[in-house]
Design a protein around this ligand. Sequence first.
Ligand code: DAH
Length: 344
Amino acid sequence: MNSLPEKIKKYRQLFNDLASKIKDKKDLEELRQAFLGRKKGYLTLLFEELKHLSPEEKKAAGSILNNFKEEVQASLSKLEQKYPMPRAEKTLFDLTLPGRKTYWGAPHPLTLFQRKIEKIFISMGFSVEEGPEIETDYYNFEALNFPPYHPARDSWDTLYINDKLLLRTHTSPVQIRVMEKKKPPIRIIIPGKVFRRETSDPTHLPMFHQVEGLVVDQGITFAHLKGTLEYFIKALFGEKIKLRFRPSFFPFTEPSAEVDIECIACHGKNSQCRVCGGTGWKEILGAGLVDPQVFKNVNIDPEKYSGWAFGLGIDRTAMLAYEIPEIRYFYENDLRFLRQFIRR
Ligand code: DAH
């Protein structure tokens, strides 16, 4: 085996030979890699061989090797003046570039609010169900006791896809889908997107969110509806919140009610209030006892079972809870808005 000094001699020859043949900066870079490459450069390998020598040999060979390395570096930098490297190739990082900002994400306020609602109902033994956003007329209207051409359909400005399909105008059709599959007792909530033909303004958009609730069992009365909704609203807005039940009409409930909460902006003290229009109240949900005809449509015996249901607008309730004056803020994707809700 050649001794280290002999090898160095051989490599010096090789280096000089290759260096004399360099034509461009690519050859130069290859030569640099061949000799100074961090893993497999000849010099790197030669330095590794030092390890196997005795201390005296190491001293002598080490100094020759160091000289050789200096020679290589010197002649490479001379050659570099002849074939200069462009900046980008020379350095891995461009330290003059500005740093990258990392944006912290946050759950969307509507997601946060929906989770809050789900948590309250889950704590009362409800489970969470979902259903399709594209619906048939049957589930969106007919099974919910809206006969064809019934004037009550006009209250839901429907976006039709074709004669048979539409974008659901409320989450109520999922009541039917669940009751077709499950037998009572049923205790569910159904959050989701709903669609209506609306022109956008500070309180309306063609897409928004609702959460539906449905309880079916033997012996269910309006008292259960009132008690559960009162507990829910107090859990959401605090014990002191005032609420009221107002008689109303929905084809799928009988009797029906709407629930208002006191205006959080003025507490009924400002006749000019822009949130409640001076009434002191804000409607947040519709509810009622499930109409016997709806039970018949899903083969549940209305003589044996009764139930109650509700549908709440998530966006508008979140607007009240977080004091947001514009429903459109939810959908503008402005991070300054979206990041404000995480700690609430
Ligand atoms: N679906 C109704 C709406 O979109 C809200 C509603 C009212 C849902 C009464 C219900 C209910 O389940 O019982 O306006």
